[in-house]
Write a protein that binds this ligand. Structure first.
Ligand code: NAD
Length: 354
């Protein structure tokens, strides 16, 4: 397969970790007989320094012309005093909306080797934590009508969804469940909210076309509790924008290792933008100590969701697991006294295990 990737290294540790993901992708390409080409794009602080804005029209066009985007992270103290619209983070919003990405996938996995980093009890972790939060990104209360009364004493925000918005993301969740453990849990507040009742109705109808996938329902307050009490219940957790915002952060924190978690933002076709969930970690930028695994796993998700290259994606995930079980640790995931490797060495160890 010929694959064109737009690379957005960004700021801080972004360039360090993206180059390790490229190293691993290149090995996968040569092993499985694919050709991958890269176009580097400036976004975030680096684009502000070069062009005076976080994302240029040209950068967005280059991203659009690619088959998928792999992003490091943007931002840093150098640009913190800029007003909102000019800040590096605007590049992320510009890319997400400019590319029409309405669906966010956030996997949360606890690797047995790193179980000590999780705040959960051993007895809970032993049941296995491997779930995927599928969050709607462009609708709901964050985008609904909002306002204040004339005297400023009242305010309102509106949660609004259409059947078609629900349907397109629910399809993504069912498709993902099909290549996982075949269970979708729709998380909502259908005992109170009319929009949640439309979600239940629409998702239940769609479930008939996915008879190999089990659908169950959970209220959001219960889901927040079950994520820490019984996370093994979840395979794919499907939910609207605000609930997903909160639950995906909760799900990532139960793993305890921010340097390990990837995310994908998708649209209806196979196009997607893939990135680690962590930020640009300016405190450790350029020191060869950042953990590149979240970005490497983002590259695996890219192969899976944008190119349906399941074998290749699994080869990366298995290489990561094997490196971890052989004791390869960057500083952030090492326990006291354990020997650590740098960013580059960690990337090399994973590459060699493909
Ligand atoms: P951060 O995720 O960058 O860092 C939080 C802590 O985690 C730091 O101690 C950092 O050293 C550590 N850390 C993060 N990633 C790591 C990795 N791969 N390996 C080892 N340690 C890692 O969050 P922050 O400090 O709140 O934000 C720093 C900058 O990043 C800010 O400018 C913020 O706006 C930006 N940010 C960008 C994104 C993004 O690009 N998607 C997301 C969040 C924050």
């Amino acid at each position: 397969m010929d694959i064109k990737i737009a690379l957005v290294p960004g700021d801080g540790i972004g360039p360090d970790i993206v180059s390790e993901a490229v190293r691993v992708l290149d090995r996968v390409a040569s092993k499985f007989g694919h050709s991958i080409s890269y176009k580097e794009i400036d976004a975030g602080g680096i684009s502000i320094d070069r062009y005076g804005m976080p994302l240029t029209e040209d950068a967005l066009e280059n991203a659009k012309a690619s088959d998928a985007v792999l992003l490091g992270a943007v931002g840093g103290p150098k640009w913190d005093s800029l007003p909102g619209a000019k800040r590096p983070e605007k590049a992320l919003l510009g890319l997400r909306s400019g590319l029409g990405l309405f669906c966010n996938f956030r996997p949360a996995v606890i690797y047995p080797e790193l179980a000590g980093a999780s705040p959960l009890k051993d007895s809970v972790i032993k049941q296995g934590v491997d779930l995927l939060v599928v969050r709607e990104l462009t609708g709901g209360i964050y985008f609904g009508e909002r306002g204040r009364s004339d005297d400023g004493e009242e305010a309102y925000d509106t949660m609004r969804y259409s059947r078609s918005e629900i349907l397109r993301i629910a399809k993504k969740a069912f498709e993902a469940a099909r290549i996982r453990r075949k269970r979708v849990t729709l998380v909502d507040k259908a005992n109170v909210l009319e929009s949640s009742r439309l979600w239940r109705e629409t998702v239940s109808e769609l479930a008939a076309s996915y008879s190999d996938v089990t659908l169950d329902f959970m209220y959001v307050d219960n889901a927040a509790m079950q994520l820490v009490r019984n996370p093994a219940h979840f395979d794919v957790l499907l939910t609207e924008n605000m609930f997903g915002d909160i639950l995906s952060d909760e799900a990532s924190m139960i793993t305890g290792s921010i340097g390990m978690l990837s995310s994908a933002s998708l649209r209806e076709d196979s196009f997607g933008m893939y990135e680690p969930i962590h930020g640009s970690a300016p405190d450790i930028a350029g020191k060869d100590i950042a953990n590149p695994i979240a970005t490497i796993l983002s590259a695996a998700s890219m192969l899976r969701y944008s190119f349906s290259l399941e074998k290749e994606a699994v080869s990366i995930e298995n290489a990561v697991k094997s490196a971890l079980s052989d004791g390869i640790r960057t500083r952030d995931i090492a326990t006291e006294g354990e020997k650590c490797v740098g960013t580059k060495e960690c990337g090399k160890e994973i590459e060699e295990r493909i």
